[in-house]
Ligand binder design. Structure first.
Ligand code: NAD
Ligand code: LMR
Length: 330
């Protein structure tokens, strides 16, 4: 075991579908690297503590060298105690025929209590990633409870959408996923999200030139990424889990290291008014992360009229969601 101080990672809904896929890569070092010990602080509803005990037994049985401790609890302040990273997954998933926004009145209140508990117990500079849907607005709700912890560090997950976009492009162009750069998702994790291929690069060349099919890029590509969550629910009968967990690992790992030169990462973060997005909405932008682990919204991106219209439509949708939960914003 390394002699570094363990990093404390709180995970809510830890016995659920995503939780089950998320904990093992964290314990194996996929977020913080191969010499950084971690402590997992797992929150579940009282009814799921038995199942969570089984997950803890499986974590034990992996004998992960980096896993310094596992705490299981149904008390939010215990789970978030001194946490460095809080992964807010615990909430209800949508079923067939539902929109993610249909969950807002049921899941929203969870994030009032958890936002308060984070503010009471987590480290001041804790990083927060909200996965539970509708994740942008749930994140907004949690962030509004923060008085002590850094509000800038409340983020929501659109990395799954970016990964989906990368995979679609790689297949269409017949190129490795690793050759793709600057393919970012803007906006809400909803049907209005905008996967922006216009600034993407493949092997250093404009992505659109390499793909060579403008109609597909503007049509089926965008629609497939926007509708992928629903397509998975229709096929599996349950919402995405392993890919969602992996995207959360990617988001957290990329927030922990400096973004390589010439790359962007999609993160839904509190808007500072960039690109006309109303301040305070949790909005996905192309971001970079510096050597101190601070993210920055990429500035100066030249957007065409179609992109501007899509970006505005997604912001308008988030403004409407914000009004729907105004009673939960403290
Ligand atoms: P799941 O039902 O399998 O697991 C959710 C777990 O959360 C359950 O074990 C439940 O007991 C627990 N839980 C519920 N309320 C809780 C609370 N207040 N505190 C602690 N734990 C609580 O669901 P899942 O498939 O793991 O999905 C979880 C959430 O993630 C859903 O809202 C889903 O829509 C969302 N999701 C988001 C993305 C994304 O890209 N942002 C991707 C996939 C899923
Ligand atoms: C996804 O994108 O797969 C998740 O947000 C689950 C869902 O409801 O679509």
């Amino acid at each position: 075991m390394s002699d570094k101080t363990p990093i404390r990672v709180a995970v809510t809904g830890a016995a659920g579908q995503i939780g089950y896929s998320l904990l093992f890569p964290i314990a194996a070092g996929h977020v913080f690297g191969p010499d950084q010990p971690v402590i997992l602080q797992l929150l579940e509803l009282p009814v799921a503590l038995g199942a969570l005990e089984g997950v803890r037994m499986e974590l034990d049985d992996c004998a992960f060298p980096l896993l310094a401790d596992v705490i299981t609890t149904s008390d939010a302040e215990t789970a978030f105690g001194d946490a460095d990273l809080c992964l807010l997954v615990g909430s209800k998933p949508r079923g067939p025929g539902m929109l993610r926004a249909d969950l807002i009145r049921e899941n929203g209140p969870i994030f009032v209590g958890q936002g308060k508990a984070i503010d009471a117990a987590a480290k001041e500079d804790a990083k927060i990633l909200v996965v539970g849907n509708p994740c942008n607005t749930n994140c907004l709700i949690a962030m509004n409870q923060a008085k002590r912890v850094n509000r800038r560090n409340f983020t929501a997950m659109t990395r799954l959408d970016e990964n989906r976009a990368r995979s679609q492009i790689a297949t269409k162009a017949g190129v490795p996923v690793s050759s793709i750069r600057k393919l970012s998702v803007w906006g809400n994790h909803s049907q209005t999200m905008y996967p922006d291929y216009t600034h993407g690069l493949i092997g250093g060349k404009p992505l659109a030139d390499v793909v060579g099919d403008a109609e597909w890029l503007d049509g089926d590509f965008i629609k497939t990424v926007q509708g992928r969550g629903k397509a998975i629910i229709n096929a599996r009968g349950k919402s995405s889990a392993a890919s969602a967990a992996w995207a959360a690992i990617d988001h957290a790992a990329d927030w922990h290291r400096e973004t390589p030169d010439g790359e962007w990462v999609s993160m839904a973060v509190p808007s500072d008014g960039s690109y006309g997005v109303p301040e305070g909405l949790i909005y996905s932008f192309p971001c970079t992360v510096d050597a101190d682990g601070e993210y920055h919204i990429v500035q100066g991106i030249d957007l065409n009229d179609a992109a501007k219209a899509r970006i505005e439509a997604s912001a308008n949708e988030l403004s409407t969601e914000r009004e729907t939960v105004s009673d939960l914003l403290g």
